[in-house]
Design a protein. Structure first.
Length: 528
């Protein structure tokens, strides 16, 4: 993505005085948590289900921007008024509702409010039998969309009208499972799984229940050293797709399976298709942002989805959630070279949570990209390391900055600690730093150890399938003193796009590149 396109994208998402954004904001909406009017608090899950389905149906309409469920949940018991909530969420419309279930009857009061005037523009009371719950949810969604003149395509209408299940008992178990499922904790997933299973027992073709089962097992397993649920994750995702291939949740489940297996590129088409069926899915946007940041490096796409995520999750549940969303956006911006904007958002991240674990570290590097004050940056990084002497991300960065200054004794001090921790815990991380470690060890006269790190780096280059392969090889050849091969690989890398700005920031000061600096082609290719 070119710089002009990136600038245009950033302008679109941040300049709210721009005409294009004003047009979009006319159709921005948030569905607030519905109030449970039942005497029986156990009916809360059913009322939540009405709210959930209304929001999900609206999210399928591309002509709307619908704020995520996580962003509105904090307003369940709020004392804030409509104008204040709308300002928090940056929307023009709010949906309020209250409902109750009495035996076989559903009573629902719902209204659509124009936030600027704090007046209802549509309101209705419903009394329906439980068996009509799906028709009721769909009718409410379409009336809300029509009231704000949202365009609903035939394909979107078909998705809205599709019933998740014909079995009301299955649907009841499914709704009961959602509350613990949305807690996003290990305990919550363990409570949700048997309820999703009961839903499937009553409807063996219930795609949403299969999909959420797969997702539950994924999150139970993904951070464990010993994985044990791969079969369940894959089988349930496949069944979800079999019974509803156009469900964004089914597609997310299958994408997570591919990510579980580190087949990241296979996850992308499923996520893109999920976003096609649900253009307002913050879950899909977050996963795509993560993928393009860490697993399939592409700075343009990382920024695109980070910006989308901010718009959909603008009202994150708490200050910590907001802090990490702004941190993610700041990281995406600096990776694309937007230094001042990155600094602005990392400062916002710290405003919402001064104890954010990663924001001070990122801010230090952003300040270096802006000011190029290497000694000040080194001092700030050492201060960060003093806060937590086990932080390997900061430790290797301190070693790097001493390395860039040619202070190999200090660099060795930190790299040695870094290597000891890696070996102690059997960690296979930061392999791309092995060339620097090897260089420093060689400068310290530790030739045998240095050779081991250089071999490790060569293996890393062989296995690399990312856009950075040619840049990595250029560093390898520079270390070996083969200027021709190194320049050739840099020329190949110069044809790439959407790579991290850090490559340009640090390549000019990297001692391993010294053999190239006398060659006029080096400056030329860096400029390119």
């Amino acid at each position: 993505m070119g710089v002009l396109v990136l600038l245009s994208a950033f302008y679109f998402y941040t300049n709210q005085k721009a005409e294009v954004v004003d047009e979009e904001l006319e159709k921005t909406i948030a569905v607030l948590p519905f109030k449970n009017e039942s005497n029986d608090s156990l009916n809360l899950y059913f009322v939540n289900g009405l709210m959930e389905s209304t929001s999900n149906n609206l999210q399928r309409i591309e002509d709307l921007r619908v704020i995520s469920r996580t962003s509105v949940e904090k307003y369940r018991n709020t004392s804030k008024g409509i104008p204040e909530i709308a300002e928090d969420l940056n929307v023009n419309y709010l949906v309020e509702g209250s409902g109750q279930r009495i035996g076989n009857q559903i009573l629902l009061n719902i209204q659509l409010i124009n936030a600027s005037t704090n007046t209802p523009i549509w309101a209705e009371q419903y009394s329906r039998e439980v068996g009509d719950v799906f028709a009721l949810q769909n009718e409410v969604s379409k009336k809300i969309a029509n009231a704000i003149k949202a365009v609903i395509t035939p394909a979107e209408l078909k998705l809205i009208d599709k019933k998740p299940t014909e079995n009301l008992l299955a649907y009841d178990f499914y709704l009961q499972a959602l509350e613990p499922f949305y807690n996003r904790t290990k305990e919550g997933y363990k409570k949700a799984i048997p309820l999703f299973e009961k839903a499937i027992e009553n409807d063996p073709e219930f795609a949403l229940a299969f999909a959420n089962l797969s997702i539950s097992y994924y999150y139970l397993d993904i951070y464990q050293k010993q994985k044990k649920y791969m079969q369940q994750i894959n089988n349930y995702a496949d069944k979800a797709l079999l019974y509803d291939s156009k469900s964004d949740v089914s597609l997310i489940a299958k994408a997570l399976y591919y990510m579980y297996n580190e087949e990241y590129r296979l996850a992308v088409p499923h996520l893109e298709k999920a976003l096609e069926y649900n253009p307002n899915s913050s879950a899909v946007v977050q996963v795509l942002s993560l993928l393009y940041s860490n697993n399939i490096p592409n700075t343009g796409k990382h920024l695109k989805y980070a910006l989308m995520g901010i718009k959909l999750d603008v009202g994150a549940n708490d200050s910590i959630g907001k802090s990490y969303r702004y941190l993610s956006l700041s990281s995406a911006l600096i990776q694309n070279g937007f230094t001042e904007k990155a600094l602005s958002y990392v400062n916002k991240s710290l405003e919402f949570n001064p104890k954010n674990y990663y924001a001070p570290y990122l801010k230090t590097l952003i300040l270096y990209a802006r000011d190029k004050d290497i000694k000040e940056t080194t001092s700030l990084l050492e201060l960060e390391l003093e806060k937590d002497s086990t932080r390997m991300d900061v430790m290797q960065e301190v070693a790097n900055f001493y390395y860039y200054q040619g202070n190999f004794e200090k660099s060795y001090f930190y790299f040695k600690r870094f290597v000891e921790i890696k070996e102690k815990y059997g960690l296979n991380i930061y392999s791309h730093e092995d060339i620097k470690i090897g260089f420093v060890y060689k400068e310290m006269g530790l030739n045998k150890e240095a050779d081991s790190f250089i071999k490790s780096y060569s293996k890393y280059c062989e296995d690399d399938t990312s856009i950075y392969k040619s840049a990595s090889l250029a560093v390898k050849y520079a270390y070996e003193g083969d200027v021709e091969k190194a320049i050739n690989q840099l020329q190949i890398f110069a044809t790439e796009s959407n790579y991290q700005y850090w490559i340009l920031v640090f390549m000019e000061i990297d001692p391993v590149m010294n053999p190239l600096k006398k060659d006029p082609r080096f400056a030329k290719v860096l400029k390119k």
